[in-house]
Structure formats: structure tokens, C-alpha cells
Write a protein that binds this ligand. Structure first.
Ligand SMILES: [Zn+2]
Ligand SMILES: [Zn+2]
Length: 84
């Protein structure tokens, strides 16, 4: 695990598994680092896989609801790993 604690490991990029994730892709929901994601507008980034699939502008993204769903999933994931 290269000296990475389990909490940090849980926030690693799910594409390269090397760098810490910066955000999650609102299309596929994966955690992605800066280098594996592409900025679409001032707040949203998609992973490079989804970018290649055609999600090139903020308008191509799924609805806001799905974005919030992803944020909640990320929050739950972090909460579950926190020490009691
Ligand atoms: Zn990465
Ligand atoms: Zn994606």
C-alpha cells in the first residue's frame, strides 16, 4: 500500500490508483484525480473515460439529482471509514 493509510487509500483515484482523487465523475461515479479528469465548467469535471465517450460539455452531464446522489455516495464512503 506504499505507506498510504486506509482512509487515504479510499480516496485514491479509481483510474490510476496512484494519486489522490480530487473529485468524482458525475457520469460514472468513480473517484478521479486531477490528471485523469477533464474540467467541463467551473465546478464539474468528468473522468477521461467518460470524456472520451462523449461527455464533453456540462450540458452532456446527467441531471443535478444524479450529481447529488454521487456526492452522497462519496460522503457515506468516507464516513464508513472513519474511526469510531
Ligand atoms: Zn488518476
Ligand atoms: Zn466517468
Amino acid at each position: 500500500m506504499k505507506g498510504i493509510c486506509s482512509i487515504c487509500a479510499s480516496s485514491l483515484c479509481q483510474i490510476c490508483s496512484e494519486r489522490l482523487a480530487l473529485t468524482f465523475c458525475p457520469v460514472c461515479g468513480r473517484l478521479v484525480c486531477y490528471e485523469d479528469s477533464v474540467q467541463l465548467d467551473n465546478v464539474r469535471r468528468v473522468c477521461r473515460d467518460c470524456y472520451m465517450k462523449g461527455y464533453r460539455t456540462a450540458r452532456d452531464l446527467p441531471s443535478e439529482g444524479k450529481y447529488i446522489e454521487g456526492a452522497l455516495r462519496l460522503a457515506r464512503r468516507v464516513l464508513r471509514l472513519e474511526p469510531r
